[in-house]
Design a protein around this ligand. Structure first.
Ligand code: TYM
Length: 383
């Protein structure tokens, strides 16, 4: 199965926006791909370095939400970034080949500095954020990286860094499938000629690559790259409004949390803003400009959506009724999530076991990549 990797910063308990923006998609992917999902606690440190003490508890909350959302440790690998030191190690190696200008050009670098003015983000670590993310990704040699649009630039720089690494340190040279042994001999002969040395026995991948096109063999040639260039898998995510109509976000205080109990969900939705032109119960409304209807589109059945839209346009139903139907749908989505959360909350040892097993699996994969990386770079393996 093709491999998939993605991560999330530990920012505390998750809300419906986080769920629809990432987790829901991950849960679908785990059935089809060999998935690695992790908590990016080092990334949290880039902006929380002045007081990192809240990060572990936030990580605990996020892992519970991962499991509650339906990520199944039997289907995918779940782990915490700092449990796999190779993330930091590959980050260091990649930093040697990364031009500073590439990092300065990433749009989130300036944007975030603007947005988080109260934090001093003129640090080396913050500039390196996308590079650490590249290391996270390349370490697992995934085919796909499922993320939202806001992370696209980070996957793009990951692709550039992989290409640069592969160009600087090509992997082993291999003839295309079906090539005859004499064809490899022909390449070597040409390489020998290029090197002007008839006794040469050992060739670097660079030398073979240079020689191969000159032989004009039909079956071609190739190199096995150590860091395959990954592709972004853009999460099909509806823009989820919060209770005030703006994008659902913790910083706006307009969220519905995955862990909110039913009465709280109902109370929050009851006060949610609606089509501002519909003031009285007898006014007709326009569902296309109503944030409540945006949520209906995501959570309600088509029948309820149609009934709500029709009722709104004709003033057949009031907003309170419409919000009640929405609350029913949201509560239905949250119920199994909260049941699973309660199960794992009551079993902290089980969660530890899952993370320990996940860390071991992730470390094994990462160790293998690091071995290959050192090999193609010509570095010594650790004693
Ligand atoms: P983070 O923690 O901000 O967000 C996690 C995932 O949620 C997506 N997302 C959204 N999608 C749609 N609409 C939204 N409003 C919304 N808000 C968040 C994000 O696109 C992301 O997919 N740098 C990453 C974490 C990371 C990572 C990685 C991701 C570290 N290393 C390696 C992938 C691969 C981040 O801060 O995501």
């Amino acid at each position: 199965r093709p491999r998939v990797l993605s991560g999330m910063r530990p920012t505390g308990r998750l809300h419906l926006g986080n769920y629809m923006g990432a987790l829901y998609n991950w849960v679908q992917l785990q059935h089809e791909y060999d998935c690695f999902f992790f908590i990016a606690d080092l990334h949290a440190l880039t902006t929380e370095y002045f007081d990192p003490s809240g990060i572990p508890a936030s990580s605990d909350d996020v892992i519970l939400d991962f499991l509650a959302a339906g990520l199944d440790p039997n289907l995918c690998t779940l782990f915490v970034q700092q449990d796999v030191p190779a993330h930091s190690e590959l980050h260091t190696l990649l930093s040697m080949i990364t031009p500073v200008t590439w990092l300065e050009r990433v749009p989130t670098y300036k944007d975030q500095q603007e947005q988080l003015k109260e934090k001093d983000l003129a640090t080396y670590g913050f500039l390196g954020y996308p590079l650490l993310q590249s290391a996270d990704i390349l370490l697992y040699q995934p085919k796909y990286v499922p993320v939202g649009k806001d992370q696209e630039a980070h996957v793009e720089i990951t692709r550039e860094i992989a290409r640069r690494f592969n160009q600087l340190y090509p992997g082993s040279f291999s003839m295309a499938e079906g090539a005859a042994p004499w064809e490899l001999e022909a390449v070597k002969k040409t390489a020998r000629k290029l090197a002007n040395d008839s006794k040469k026995e050992h060739f670097t991948p660079h030398e073979l690559i240079a020689a191969a096109p000159q032989t004009k063999l039909k079956s071609g040639y190739g190199t096995e790259t150590i860091l395959p260039v990954p592709e972004v898998l853009l999460t099909p995510s509806p823009k989820l409004p919060g209770t005030d109509g703006r994008k659902m976000s913790k910083s706006y205080g307009n969220t519905i949390m995955l862990a909110d109990p039913e009465p709280e969900v109902r109370a929050k939705l009851k006060t949610m803003v609606t089509d501002p032109a519909r003031i009285r119960r007898t006014d007709t409304g326009n569902p296309d400009v109503c944030p409540v209807f945006d949520l209906h589109r995501v959570f309600s059945t088509v029948e309820i959506q149609e009934k709500a839209a029709e009722g709104c346009r004709t003033a057949g139903i009031g907003c309170i009724e419409c919000k009640g139907w929405l609350a029913d749908a949201v509560v239905d989505v949250l119920a199994p999530i909260q049941q699973r959360r309660a199960h794992y909350e009551a079993n902290p040892a089980l969660v530890e076991e899952i993370l320990t097993a996940g860390a071991a699996k992730a470390r094994a994969r990462a160790t293998q990549t690091m071995h290959e990386v050192r090999e193609v770079m010509g570095l010594r393996q650790p004693r």
